[in-house]
Ligand binder design. Structure first.
Ligand SMILES: Cc1cc2nc3c(=O)[nH]c(=O)nc-3n(C[C@H](O)[C@H](O)[C@H](O)COP(=O)(O)OP(=O)(O)OC[C@H]3O[C@@H](n4cnc5c(N)ncnc54)[C@H](O)[C@@H]3O)c2cc1C
Length: 547
């Protein structure tokens, strides 16, 4: 006979997935870091993983998203303020990320690439941070990336680096040159065009050594940054500018926020509409070279979009697995139910491949300055990786959310937030189609180098199922005069091929399984629609989250 239970007793609920080491619990991440040059940093990453996996950091993430930023246009006396107020938890997240160097550690004190495995090390930290709170990573990633564009003006970069290079966050609203730490945002998108920035109407007029900028931006995120890299039309064409919040005389610059966007996700981060009314700015790079200048920033923010989306998926997987190991249905834990095991293992395979691929991409960023082969890999693969990883994240997080049943759908858990957050990484910094067009652009720019990248990937993954067929599809589409129409087919295959190669390069026992199920097309349209075999399922689940 069943024992009567107190109806108020709470049982069979999974405990929170908190106070964990986000690095030590993630074998695929540790292996990918080690395989791509970061083995020496394991202890540092474990410290970082414990810190960001703590209850305190999770709580900061929750608070920063529940208490969204507020626009303060005027003070009580009617003076313009153009400030955005954030919850203290947001500032704390910024401080923790800045302290870890997420906004500057891939640069040396001069603003040149730091070398070593600095990209891989930072990427691993960024990947873990994204599992806790992604909104604040917007200004963090833009600041890091802006240094790439600042190389167009070494004198300006030399002035900025002593402030930007400090591992601290200074939220005070004051001129950047007197602060301890600074952040930089970006203003490209206007009402009439985001992808097509050549349609920008914002005007720049020379004024002595500087320029006066008038016009608007339809999206400008992290408006409390200390400066922005802004595109505007100068006499010589579309040009990039460095626009600080304060003018050299210490007065507030004429950067007038109009309103904050009411967004699906990314709620801890403010994104504004803004008007410039003869705003002071310095030219960055030559007139007419605006896109070429700012693309140095954008290629780095694209890399971070892919890292963050892979991190979001990892978090979804970890929460789903953790829940399944604690939640019993029909007298058996979910993690022991064959159907759930097959689903979770298939999801684990996707995350393992995404993690391997994104860390391999970061290795190419580390080595590109001194290695032509790696530079070609970076150029061709960066848009393909952003495309595939960022676009797969929303569907993946939906599946992870469902693994938690109703608990996954409510705001008290982190998965609802992750799910709302996921699409933005595919939209901003170049949307899906634009990434595919960028792969074609890389191809058109240096066909030989791109072909060599594909051949190298094939050689690295040699003998695995579906490799030669994938190479044939990619090469065939890339050769066609109407390649644009089929670009998604080729770019997806390219990303899958690169993921297989990345897994194989790190001797993953799952490279063949990934190739068989993703490249040889032995897979249905949803997760869990493939026979992975019980042995592989067990190994995938153990690696994803040691019991
Ligand atoms: C939360 C958020 C924050 C943002 N923050 C910033 C910021 O700080 N600074 C900034 O400058 N911008 C920012 N943006 C803007 C963002 O970068 C743009 O929205 C994005 O680049 C797309 O531009 P768009 O909105 O004008 O869309 P469009 O350019 O109109 O594109 C619409 C769709 O058409 C597709 N498309 C475009 N061209 C082609 C083509 N030739 N062939 C086939 N398909 C095509 C695109 O892939 C996209 O899916 C932000 C956006 C969001 C959502």
């Amino acid at each position: 006979m069943n024992q009567a239970r107190d109806t108020k007793e709470v049982f069979n609920q999974s405990p929170p997935f908190e106070d964990v080491d986000l690095f030590a619990l993630d074998r695929p991440l540790a292996d990918a870091v080690a395989a791509n040059g970061g083995a020496a940093h394991a202890a540092e990453l474990s410290e970082f993983g414990k810190h960001w996996g703590s209850v305190a950091m999770a709580e900061r993430g929750r608070l920063a998203n529940e208490n969204v930023p507020k626009l303060k246009l005027f003070d009580a006396r009617g003076n313009r303020r153009d400030e955005v107020e954030f919850h203290p938890a947001y500032h704390e997240l910024m401080a923790h990320s800045a302290h870890a160097g997420l906004h500057n550690s891939t640069w040396n004190e001069k603003g040149e690439t730091a070398g070593g495995a600095s990209e891989v090390l930072r990427a691993a930290k960024f990947f873990m941070t994204a599992q806790v709170e992604t909104g604040h990573l917007c200004p963090i990633t833009m600041t890091r990336a802006a240094v790439g564009a600042l190389s167009a003006d070494p004198a300006l970069r030399a002035k900025v680096m002593p402030v930007l290079g400090i591992r601290s966050y200074d939220p005070i609203f004051a001129p950047w040159w007197g602060k301890r730490g600074m952040t930089i945002g970006m203003g490209m998108t206007e009402r009439q065009g985001g992808t097509d920035v050549r349609a920008n109407t914002t005007q720049a007029v020379r004024d002595g050594d500087a320029y006066r900028i008038s016009g608007h931006k339809w999206f400008m995120s992290a408006p409390m940054c200390d400066a922005f890299l802004v595109l505007a039309q100068a006499e010589g064409g579309l040009t990039c500018f460095f626009m600080p919040r304060f003018k050299p005389d210490g007065h507030v610059n004429a950067i007038h926020f109009q309103r904050l966007k009411d967004k699906l996700g990314n709620r801890s981060n403010a994104s504004c509409e803004v008007e410039f009314d003869n705003a002071y700015a310095l030219r960055l790079g030559e007139e007419g070279r605006g896109i070429a200048t700012i693309i140095q920033m954008v290629s780095l923010t694209r890399q971070d979009c892919a890292i963050a989306s892979a991190g979001l998926m990892r978090s979804g997987l970890a929460h789903a697995l953790h829940h399944a190991r604690h939640r019993a249905v029909f007298q058996k834990h979910l993690a022991d139910q064959p159907l759930m095991r097959g689903l979770l293992a298939d999801m684990a395979l996707h995350v393992e491949a995404s993690t391997a691929l994104v860390m391999r991409l970061c290795r190419s960023f580390d080595r590109a300055p001194r290695d032509k082969v790696e530079a070609a890999y970076m150029r061709l693969l960066a848009p393909a990786v952003k495309y595939w990883i960022c676009k797969s994240a929303p569907g993946f997080l939906y599946e992870a959310m469902e693994c938690l049943g109703g608990n996954g759908y409510v705001e008290e858990g982190i998965l609802a937030r992750h799910y709302r957050e996921a699409p933005v990484n595919a939209i901003w910094e170049g949307s899906g189609n634009v990434m595919c067009l960028d792969v074609l652009r890389a191809l058109a720019h240096d066909r030989e180098a791109a072909d060599a990248v594909v051949q190298n990937l094939a050689a690295t993954a040699k003998g695995l199922p579906g490799i030669s067929e994938a190479v044939a599809v990619i090469s065939n589409i890339f050769r066609q005069p109407d390649a644009e129409r089929l670009a998604r087919c080729a770019v997806e295959k390219l990303a899958l091929l690169a993921a297989t190669a990345a897994l194989n390069e790190m001797s993953s026992q799952h490279a063949a399984l990934f190739a068989k199920t993703r490249l040889a097309n032995d897979h249905g349209s949803l997760y869990g629609t493939v026979d992975l075999g019980e042995d592989a399922i067990r190994k995938l689940l153990e690696r994803a989250l040691p019991d």
